[in-house]
Design a protein around this ligand. Sequence first.
Ligand code: SR1
Ligand code: MG
Length: 434
Amino acid sequence: MDASGLTVPEGYAPKNETSLPGYLAGLPAVAARLGGGESDWQVREVGDGNLNLVFIVEGPAGGVAVKQALPYVRLIGESWPLPLSRAHFEHMALTTEAKHAPGLVPEVLHYDETLALIVMELLQPHIIMRQGMIKAIRYPRFVEAITDFMARTLFFTSDLAQPAAEKKAAVAAFCGNSALCKITEDLIFTEPYMIAENNRWTSPQLDGIARAFREDAALKVAISRLKVKFLSDTQALIHGDLHTGSVMVTQEDTRVIDPEFAFYGPMGFDIGAIIANLLINYFSQDGHATPEDPREDYQAWVLETVEGVWTGFREKFLALWRQGVQSGGAGGDAYPAPLFADGASAEALEAERAAYLDRLFADSLGFAAAKMTRRILGLAHNIDLEWIEDPDLRAACETRCLTLARDMMVNTATYTKIEDVTAAARAMRGSAPA
Ligand code: SR1
Ligand code: MG
């Protein structure tokens, strides 16, 4: 325990600008990357997330990023303890993701279990995608990269590609990340639909819709169905917090960061997270547009991106599945190749692949809706909407987003293709008062 009563291992202490250089000087590969000596290194704490410390360290030869877990939720403080073990799960997830999706995650240079600290390559000149999107910057390579990332990490860790015993061992290895899962279970699947201390929203403008959500029986059944899936479905290793704040971009490069919420869960949770955060940005643009800086063209790009994410993911996932079978089996124990060797069964398998992806599409839309809702009615909000200063304007954008989210969650089956979602988003803007 440390002085405040939080559980930390012997040897753990949060680093700061003063203590970090001496620590890094003891890591030869890191020191070589920085160049010069520790007195030449500039250190800045830049963490703007909800949980951790993040430092950028720059030396004469190069830079590194250092992420260290705190034994509590940074956003709230020491009153909300959180295990340091999340750094262990993040490190494991980064290792697995690098294997299946090389070049799409930051390179890990050093991991210190005791300090719950990961030293990574400094992604430069990358910025957090959400920040770029708020400024209406387009990222032409994003769809290609994120669909590669999701298709490859989800396919290769699923029962379609991973032998059962190996997968069960991997499921077990990530099972201990339960405290991070619990945050999701409470903050996404429960609290926005009840009175809860953590909740906040644009008030009084959204008081009515927040109450309507709390009194909506169909919605509460729908979110609870999604929660059961999140609790019990070990479909693949998921990132677990794949919003646009977990993506760093340039015009050429895309990297997925921060998989501390990783565990074996439903694939649709990751796909839905990306779709949700794009849609949140889409609705938020009406709050950032000015006569000199209209955002309609950008909004059209965001919706094209939503379509590209699902369409690209679907094609790539199916291609990996088909390739696996053609090369004598992808390695997984699901859909055993000998069962589908004859012509009629091969045809049935192809139809089943499409049905599998249809089920995944419905899951993804449900999870997307859950994430759109939590960012407006729950604890942790998105700066896409938060940075709209005029509360009436912000509330108008949020109401459109919530209205679409409610329909996507309760009437999921009416959305049979991704264009149904983008058309509904467009219609929501068209019909709502500005
Ligand atoms: C108390 S943590 C709140 C949120 O921050 C993280 O980014 C996750 O999205 C989590 O739900
Ligand atoms: Mg994060």
